[in-house]
Design a protein around this ligand. Structure first.
Ligand SMILES: [Zn+2]
Length: 384
């Protein structure tokens, strides 16, 4: 029988998942030294596309005190883990485990990474992430946010800026201020929608906001800038077939409620995340790249999409993949797509492993709630 998220069985299941997830997070190694708080997690260059033109973008990852949804503030650095989004490991890993980072330290982190890329005419798009919510002032103090945005505003070669936040921290005054500081730069605010299915959001992802909240935030963001929605392909507990259908539905929904851009993100396995725990028990395989391509091809006419899933380091087996014969070829095609938005790069790709993928799509599995219940029992034996 189909269940509703308000059913007592589902509620109990969610509470058990929360306990297990906290136990999984508790194994996350702490920072080697608190001195690292003045150093960003890192930065890298990705491909991108602005108005049909291939560009490079710089992505800066600030080191934070931890995402508020995955971790409570802690004055002495003793971590108090929350469940958070089940497949998000970086919300906690590499952070100060809840110990606040002063505004000036954040600005220092940013400056040190920012100056590594001297000529931004080569990198007209800049993404600044704090592995949580850039607009949550408990994570990133307002002074730090303003100073960082001012530094970006001063660089005339940067045309486009991307920030991310949970909806609850996206307020009118903050958007208005960011808009004013950045002047005429293109600004995207990214929100992790992940799925539009209430049961998937509830059990398989553990999102902290409802679709109604998302829709209200979408309207607010669009008043000041552009909305980027992230879609998670194959959250923990989902089968390949469910994942494909869920992502297709979610991309459609994301555009229907006003997303300017949708980023289709296949899940990467995190050692200290639900996917890692399930994978070790043989209960989770990363999404097939064929699934990712199918979502991209069927959604292409709906609006601008970007694709994840081309990463392969450091652990190849933790990223979306097909078979060893075609995985790198398909990943390269994804990079080409992201640089051009030209869907031709994703059509016509074939490999004999597609038969195996189709076979998986046709397999029958127990109903999601019954299946999650079975998996949770097995996880409970490991973690509780
Ligand atoms: Zn293959």
């Amino acid at each position: 029988m189909l269940a509703d998220i308000s059913d007592p069985t589902v509620k109990q299941l969610r509470s058990k998942i929360t306990q297990i997830m906290r136990a999984i997070r508790a194994q996350t190694p702490p920072l080697a030294s608190m001195a690292l708080a003045s150093t960003a997690k890192g930065s890298e260059i990705w491909e991108g596309c602005i108005d049909g033109e291939s560009i490079k973008r710089v992505v800066i990852y600030l080191r934070s005190s931890g995402c508020s949804w995955a971790m409570k503030p802690s004055s002495d650095g003793t971590p108090v883990f929350k469940a958070g989004c089940l497949d998000c490991e970086h919300s906690v890993a590499g952070t100060t485990f809840g110990r606040a980072i002063p505004a000036a330290t954040y600005v220092k982190q940013f400056e040190k990474e920012f100056v590594k890329y001297q000529d931004y005419s080569e990198y007209p798009m800049l993404c600044v992430y704090n592995e949580g919510s850039m607009l949550n002032e408990a994570e990133l103090p307002a002074e730090a946010r303003r100073d960082i945005l001012k530094l970006i505003a001063e660089n005339k070669n940067i045309k486009s800026v991307i920030l991310e936040s949970l909806p609850e921290y996206i307020t009118e005054p903050i958007l208005d201020e960011a808009r004013t500081i950045l002047g005429d730069k293109y600004l995207e605010v990214g929100v992790g929608l992940e799925s539009c299915d209430p049961m998937v959001r509830h059990l398989a992802i553990n999102k902290p906001f409802t679709l109604q909240q998302f829709e209200e935030t979408a309207k607010l963001i669009r008043k000041y800038c552009h909305l980027l929605s992230y879609i998670l392909v194959k959250p923990s507990f989902l089968t390949e077939k469910e994942a494909l259908q869920d992502s297709l539905n979610t991309v459609q929904y994301a555009f229907d409620v006003g997303s300017d851009v949708v980023s289709i993100e296949p899940l990467n396995i995190g050692e200290y995340a639900m996917s890692g725990a399930l994978n070790r028990l043989g209960l989770y395989r990363v999404p097939w790249l064929w699934t990712v391509l199918e979502v991209a091809k069927k959604s292409h006419t709906l609006g601008e999409t970007r694709l994840g899933g081309y990463q392969f380091a450091p652990k190849y087996e933790n990223f979306a993949q097909n078979c060893p014969n075609c995985t790198l070829r398909v990943k390269e095609a994804i990079v080409q797509y992201n640089s051009t938005n030209d869907i031709a790069h994703l059509t016509g790709l074939t490999c004999s492993c597609q038969d195996e993928w189709r076979e998986e799509l046709n397999k029958d599995y127990p109903y999601i709630v019954d299946r999650v219940q079975q998996y949770v029992e097995l996880l409970g034996k490991e973690y509780l």
